[in-house]
Design a protein around this ligand. Structure first.
Ligand SMILES: Nc1nc2c(c(=O)[nH]1)N[C@H]1C(S)=C(S)[C@@H](COP(=O)(O)OP(=O)(O)OC[C@H]3O[C@@H](n4cnc5c(N)ncnc54)[C@H](O)[C@@H]3O)O[C@H]1N2
Ligand code: MOO
Ligand SMILES: [Mg+2]
Length: 421
């Protein structure tokens, strides 16, 4: 069985990003949050756009006030008032100052700002009580960035700070990668959708909904293709249709060694190359990863045959599918899981045969990251105690017990912001 890290490496090496030419679309700035930039963005403007004041106060000629102090203030004549957004009309001459407000353009002739608290105003005269240095409280034009400088590289996800940069640089339509299309199908004769009454032996299809939620959370478009029975013809048709419409296909179920586990056989029949059939991970061992060659009508499609057990499907999504989706979607870095180190106040147990992932809650305490395993059964069929968790603790192969207080590697999952007690 393939070790987890090798499986991740193999999957990522076979996953190719979208094409910055063919897979680019332009979206309005107001709709760009969460999208991935497909071209670098450079500025047409200097930042700041002009010399401006960092304080409310007075724009002065530094040489005029070089000896000013509270006991020997310098008196200057205020010749203009410069609020933000106004273009100064006067050049400051020796013995003159301008009233200036934060963010307002520096007037020609002035080379420093004295903050209001260090001045005293009397009519059209201002007394300067301190000696500024040259350019004190002046934000110089181009000091942060110059026109032509690269503001954002391609391949970054656009969060609030990136959106602010694009707005300030007056980019109103943004080149982003199109959203990935991810087809999802559930396989199994026993499955019924959540709105159907259950007959004996039937199981509700939860994977389809969970996987669609995960795909949407990842910024891709889920295509929910429904439940497919364990009949080779129907399954082959469904897989072929999924492959022809999607960039990535996720099926769940039918990948183990059972009599009705047809997925691998059908993938081969459809011409896919199977790269992985099982991984040394618990939960999630029977996982199939295959690729379909690109054709004229569609780009290469990656296929993940996830195990049917509900917890196994989610854990393998987080561990293997999500990094592949991030890379395929055009992100230039940060594909893998968010790992952090922490400690558990209880012993953690595993069988030692496969790399084991235990689900639970991660919090920040004064001592650092604390992980508490969920109460209840750690069966891969028990999806109930997976709810409200935000991390998986990793127990390496060969270890059957991690003693309380020992550093452990933790993987953050889902929307899973770390909880504060
Ligand atoms: N002889 C062996 N049997 C099994 C092995 C093995 O190595 N040798 N591996 C076990 C492990 S581990 C897993 S995980 C499962 C995976 O099996 P499949 O991927 O073939 O999945 P199914 O057999 O179709 O279903 C397993 C289980 O999950 C339920 N299921 C399936 N789809 C859904 C869905 N969409 N929503 C909710 N639940 C679903 C299904 O009813 C079964 O209970 O194989 C073990 N067996
Ligand atoms: O490894 Mo399977 O995924 O436990 O149930
Ligand atoms: Mg099976």
């Amino acid at each position: 069985m393939l070790p987890v890290l090798e499986a991740e490496t193999r999957i990522l090496s076979l996953t190719h990003p979208l094409n910055p030419q063919d897979d680019l679309e332009w979206v309005l700035l107001s709709a760009a949050a969460g999208r991935i930039l497909a071209q670098p963005v450079s500025s047409q403007l200097d930042f700041p756009h002009w010399d401006n004041s960092a304080m409310d106060g007075y724009a002065v000629r530094q040489a005029d006030v070089a000896t000013s102090c509270p006991d020997a203030p310098t008196a200057l004549t205020v010749v203009e008032e410069i609020p933000a957004g106004y273009q100064p009309q006067q050049t400051i001459q020796p013995g003159q100052a301008a009233r200036i407000l934060t963010g307002a353009m520096m007037p020609p002739g002035a080379d420093a700002v004295v903050m209001q608290e260090e001045t005293q105003r009397e009519g059209d005269r201002v007394y300067i009580l301190s000696a500024p240095t040259q350019q004190q409280f002046v934000r110089r034009r181009g000091e942060f960035y110059r026109a032509g400088d690269r503001l954002l590289p391609a391949g970054v996800r656009l969060g609030a700070a990136e959106i602010a940069v694009l707005a300030a640089a007056q980019c109103v339509t943004i080149p982003v990668y199109r959203r990935l299309r991810v087809a999802i199908l559930s396989t199994g004769d026993e499955l019924v959708s959540p709105d159907q009454p259950l007959r004996p032996g039937q199981i509700v299809d939860s994977n389809q909904y969970a996987l669609a939620a995960l795909v949407a959370e990842a910024g891709a478009e889920p295509l929910m293709l429904g439940i497919v029975p364990d009949q080779p013809d129907a399954l082959q048709t469904a897989i072929a249709q999924a492959v022809s419409t999607a960039d990535v296909v996720l099926s769940s179920g039918g990948v183990s060694v059972g009599d009705y586990d047809y997925v691998d056989r059908l993938l081969e029949a459809l011409g896919a190359k199977i790269h992985i059939r099982a991984i040394a991970i618990k939960p999630g061992k029977p996982l199939t990863f295959a690729t379909f060659k690109a054709s004229q009508s569609h780009p290469p499609t990656a296929y993940f045959g996830l195990p049917g057990n509900p917890v196994s499907a989610l854990v393998t999504f987080w561990r293997f599918v999500l990094p592949a989706l991030r890379k395929r979607a055009g992100l230039s870095a940060g594909w893998g899981p968010a790992w952090i180190w922490g400690r558990s106040p209880h012993d953690l147990n595993a069988d030692g045969k496969r790399e084991t992932y235990l689900w639970g809650t991660l919090r920040v305490t004064e001592e650092g990251h604390e992980f508490s395993q969920s109460p209840g059964s750690f069966s891969s069929g028990n999806l109930i105690n997976l709810a409200q968790t935000n991390a998986l603790a990793q127990v390496p192969v060969g270890q059957t017990r991690i003693l309380a207080g020992t550093p452990i590697r933790l993987m953050q999952t889902g929307g899973g912001a770390i909880a504060f007690p």
